[in-house]
Ligand binder design. Sequence first.
Ligand code: ATP
Length: 246
Amino acid sequence: PSGEEIEGKNVSYSYRTCRDVLKDLSFMITPGTKLAIVGPSGAGKSTLGRLLAGVQPPRSGELRLGGAEVGYMPIEEVRGHVALVTQEHHVFVGSLRDNVVLAKPDASDDEVINALTSVDAWDWVAALPDGILTRVGSGAHRLLPAQAQQLALARLVLADPHTLILDEATSSVDHETEEMIQEAIEKMMAGRTAIVIAHRLSTIQKASKIIVLEKGEIRESGTHQELISRNGLYAQLQRMQYRAIA
Ligand code: ATP
């Protein structure tokens, strides 16, 4: 890639032949944008997130990262630029350090400690008898879900991608944990392009741009205020959400 912009041209995707779940999407995401992707359940939000992260290539159309077609780039290369963050956390068998340096095997202990500090995990790691050498994973020291998530975020700090894609889809953590993780994520988003796949509208009002997907198509795009004034699908989704809360 010769830049950090992400451009989609007529991108379509299908899991099975005969039914496109993303249809002819065209968009440009410029560096530093805070983009939210919203839409009803099944609209294709998570699928688009996976395409943008290079997990799956489009069925047709072009998806380019800094001018280079994402589908032709090795996934390890894409990961150095774009990271997909979900709330599914995997702890690998090995030391806590091993779990963090997966993204950068030659990282020094200082780098590991700095990464853990930046996601507010260093205090509890330092309190473990073996610190970063503590064995974790099945049969070893058990981590709380929030701690596992912090390790995943520390791994990202080391990988240092310019674009983060945050998929809130599988939110299974409690409120307190979520707030803590959210803080660490917000710190990471500063200075990067951030694409939030928002399953709850309350998290997106800070976005500089919002794309509204429905049945695999872009229905609307703009700022929160523009979309509310337009009184279309986004405004309708907002009203439904507030009614559900009330
Ligand atoms: P939600 O808000 O409910 O998570 P979403 O907007 O993220 O929905 P996707 O999960 O991207 O939507 O799903 C888009 C469509 O693709 C849906 O019709 C879904 O059933 C289908 N789909 C998603 N994952 C798969 C899969 N692995 N195999 C087949 N179909 C899938």
